[in-house]
Design a protein around this ligand. Structure first.
Ligand code: GAP
Length: 477
């Protein structure tokens, strides 16, 4: 659990819930909808605030991000293994983790129109830090001191209720037939890592891992965010990719530095430019934390958190040991040293990575008097890897040959067949969704058994023999 606020640039008068956006953000939002990447949830019913659905190309990109992460975290590592724990967990877990008591944001309400907003983010936009170490009273004081700079974004009033703590855990009615329910409501998980901590012993007992080792998982998390903003950056339902690394207390900081380096390189490997990434060091650490850094990305609304990398000490396993009554200590088989492992966490959001990649990849290029929109994603991440076109739709021999090639390539890659419109338009449609290669079947194909392969970024075309096509793509995708 890590609720925090960072102090950023000072601004003058600020509207509550003022959405920092700019042209690029608006373009990405409308592009994402128009080209089937992201849809607002329940749109035909008027929408459902702060929840989004991923469309046909969006789900491909989302899956590719998750595959990329899984490969980096598990496949390429000797000592990290996967897990898929359930969304519903024993209610005591959220008490042990501190979420029931402390996972909250300070909330105020406009007295006139009853609009609710997060006070810490508002103060942050004014240039003040209202972190979790501050009491509600201190936040209230800071808020009132600056009240002349604050107005309700909905009605313009500056009369607000007292600030209160608003818990972010989402409750369910699972098990509400049981008498325990009143005492202990069941929550939808607020973060995926608790499922890792409570399975730490199962993993240790059922595999051959030895400390240091990590457990990684990808899954949904739910938070009652007060003001969810900036498109898919902050939503109430989202996916996390989390890895908890269990280490000997003596090597905690050494392992922490290694993990920081590994995660930084991951974002470069994803195709993000170093100039769009930066480290943010947490100034006010929670009492158990040794060190906490975020990797921030330069979103269209500024540098914001993409991932947290935290050295958490023995807090998590100690708390679960205390609340469950189970011994979660580790005994080193070689040295017989016994200790509660310390945890180093890497926690990234799938949706935020998606938005970072869209921001990074969305490009407009001026060609003659036209604008070409290209999504310059790595081939590995692109929703469609290859598009296959017959040059002319009304030539059955071309359509037949193109279909044969398409059916072979689709066994290996996500491919799309398109015979609609002129070739230029078809190229542009594929450029927009980030397809790295287009294959065109023309009359030369019938005569010489070769196709034209066009590269998305350079727009260069080359002739490739059909029998060499698979090797050609294997080298590039
Ligand atoms: N286990 C630690 C943890 O959950 P966090 O900083 O609250 O820490 C980790 O969340 C990551 O999850 C963030 O860096 C972000 O990428 C993603 N995330 C958190 N809240 C989110 C939200 N409301 N919407 C989308 N992504 C979110």
């Amino acid at each position: 659990m890590a609720k925090k606020t960072k102090s950023k640039s000072t601004k003058s008068v600020k509207s509550v819930n003022s959405i920092e956006t700019n042209e690029k953000m608006s373009k990405i939002i409308s592009f994402a909808k128009r080209r089937g990447f992201v849809f607002p949830s329940s749109e035909i019913y008027g929408g459902f605030s702060s929840i989004y659905d991923y469309g046909p190309y969006g789900v491909e990109l989302l899956n590719n991000i998750k595959k990329f992460w899984w490969k980096h975290m598990i496949q390429l590592r000797d000592n990290i293994i996967g897990l898929d724990s359930a969304i519903f967990m024993h209610p005591k877990i959220w008490e042990a983790s501190g979420h029931v008591a402390g996972f909250s944001d300070p909330l105020a309400e406009c007295k006139k129109c009853h609009f609710r907003f997060r006070v810490d983010t508002l103060l942050e936009e004014l240039g003040f830090s209202a972190d979790e170490k501050m009491s509600l009273g201190q936040i209230e004081k800071l808020f009132r001191k600056n009240i002349d700079k604050i107005k309700c974004s909905k009605c313009g009033s500056n009369e607000f209720t007292e600030i209160k703590k608003f818990n972010l855990l989402v409750q369910s009615n699972l098990g509400n037939f049981s008498s325990d329910f009143e005492k202990e409501p069941v929550y939808l998980r607020g973060e995926t890592c608790q499922g890792i901590y409570v399975n730490y012993k199962n993993v240790l007992d059922s595999t051959r891992v030895k400390i240091p080792f990590g457990i990684a998982q990808i899954g949904k998390a739910f938070r009652n965010e007060i003001t969810a903003r900036q498109f898919i950056f902050r939503t109430r339902e989202f996916e996390q990719m989390e890895m908890q690394y269990f280490v000997n207390p003596k090597s905690e900081m050494e392992e922490y530095e290694k993990l920081k380096e590994y995660r930084w390189q991951y974002y470069l490997d994803l195709g993000i430019k170093a100039k769009n990434l930066k480290w943010y060091k947490h100034k006010n650490l929670v009492f158990y934390a040794k060190e906490a850094y975020d990797i921030e990305y330069n979103f269209p609304f500024g540098f914001k958190e993409l991932e947290g990398i935290h050295a958490r000490g023995d807090y998590d396993l100690k708390q679960h040991s205390k609340f469950s009554g189970k011994d979660l200590s580790y005994t080193d088989a070689t040295t017989s040293e016994k200790y509660i492992p310390h945890v180093i966490e890497s926690s990234a959001g799938v949706g935020r990575t998606f938005l970072a990649l869209m921001t990074e990849a969305y490009t407009e290029e001026k060609i003659d008097n036209d604008i070409r929109v290209v999504l310059k994603l790595l081939p590995e991440l692109a929703p469609i890897k290859i598009a296959v076109f017959p040059l002319l739709k009304n030539k059955p021999e071309l359509v037949k040959k193109a279909s044969e090639i398409f059916n072979e390539l689709r066994k290996l890659y996500m491919c799309e067949f398109d015979d609609n419109g002129n070739i230029g338009k078809r190229y542009r449609r594929q450029d927009e969704i980030g397809t790295p290669y287009c294959v065109t079947v023309d009359f030369d194909t019938l005569e010489k058994n070769e196709v034209t392969v066009r590269d998305r970024d350079t727009m260069k075309q080359e002739k490739i023999k059909i029998e060499n096509l698979i090797d050609y793509f294997k080298l590039r995708i």
